[in-house]
Write a protein that binds this ligand. Structure first.
Ligand SMILES: [Zn+2]
Length: 85
């Protein structure tokens, strides 16, 4: 079963990461997520979200973040903070 994969420790290279595990994100006026906090501790800044995937972003220690390209799954509806339309 994949439905509870977010209970496992995050690791670079996995295909997706739930938005709630990023912990922080930015939305535009429509509520679409435009930036997320990268799960990697060496990435201090918010990373751009490109086609639902973590885009390239600077790292504290330089180099390419292993999370680049990982798809972010919007699980906000599964959490207590539910948006009403
Ligand atoms: Zn990163």
């Amino acid at each position: 079963m994949r439905e509870r994969e977010w209970d496992h420790p995050l690791r670079p290279g996995q295909a997706t990461v739930p938005l709630s595990r990023c912990g922080q994100w930015v939305t535009d006026l429509s509520g679409h997520v435009t930036k997320v906090r990268c799960p990697d501790r060496d990435c201090l800044n918010l990373a751009p979200l490109e086609n639902s995937c973590i885009g390239a972003h600077p790292r504290d220690i330089g180099g390419r973040c292993p999370w680049t390209g990982v798809r972010v799954v919007d699980d906000r509806a599964d959490k207590s903070e539910v948006r009403a339309f």
